[in-house]
Ligand binder design. Structure first.
Ligand code: ITT
Length: 200
């Protein structure tokens, strides 16, 4: 049986990862553009949860499917968790990811602690009036001094995952999905859906 869910994202890398993980379990994941809808609300909140809810609610009002939204980011510990919530906006402000990698490394100059983690918060909304449910995952690692590989998206090329013992820019999708923050959050969502089902 196919379970239809709409993913409130305009990020093709995220969409690919959700499909890879959930499609084998019978989930049909639509992006807003797949169904001819635009949804890009301003992420004005101060937490991943609230931003995920903003994105989920905006889309949920427009579609007849349960919605999931993903708010995520790279947190560099020696920079107080920066860029965190601002990961996407920071890359834009630098003029793209390669420049953002350099800028992060410039800010880390002279610091011994290069530890970092990716964090993902999923908000699941059965419909726009439903109580939001949250599922979270963390992927620990450290920041590389130079980009290595070009797989994945966003900050993957400068991230070394300690659990995968690999640079995310060099691993295939299956390997990233075995260890990523997103796959951990999705695993929790999958358990919830398996137990509670989905009305659609
Ligand atoms: P949507 O809001 O449309 O989903 P977005 O990319 O703006 O897309 P976020 O606001 O959640 O999404 O920002 C997440 C950013 O964190 C993302 O753009 C990357 O810069 C970074 N990021 C999150 N997960 C990542 C991953 O698995 N690999 C590399 N970078 C990641």
């Amino acid at each position: 049986m196919n379970i239809e869910i709409c993913l409130a994202t305009n990020n093709k890398g995220k969409l690919r990862e959700y499909r890879e993980i959930l499609a084998p379990m019978g989930f049909l994941i639509y992006s807003p553009s797949d169904i001819g809808i635009e949804s890009d609300p301003e992420e004005t909140a101060e937490t991943y949860r609230e931003n995920a809810y903003i994105k989920a609610l905006a889309l949920s009002k427009k579609v007849p499917y349960p919605v999931i939204a993903d708010d995520s980011g790279l947190e560099v510990n020696a920079l107080g968790g920066f860029p965190g919530l601002f990961s996407s906006r920071f890359a834009d402000s630098c003029g793209g990811y390669p420049a953002a990698y350099e800028e992060l490394n410039r800010r880390l100059e002279g610091k011994e602690d290069r530890s970092a983690q990716f964090r993902c918060c999923i908000c699941y909304l059965e419909n726009s009036a439903a109580k939001p449910l949250y599922f979270e995952g963390i992927c620990p690692g450290y920041l590389l001094e130079k980009a290595h590989g070009s797989n994945g998206f966003g900050y993957d090329p400068i991230f070394h995952s300690t659990e995968a013992n690999a640079d995310f820019g060099t691993v295939d999708e299956e390997t990233k999905n075995a260890f990523s923050h997103r796959s951990k959050a999705i695993a929790k969502l999958k358990i919830f859906l398996a137990i509670n089902g989905s009305s659609k």
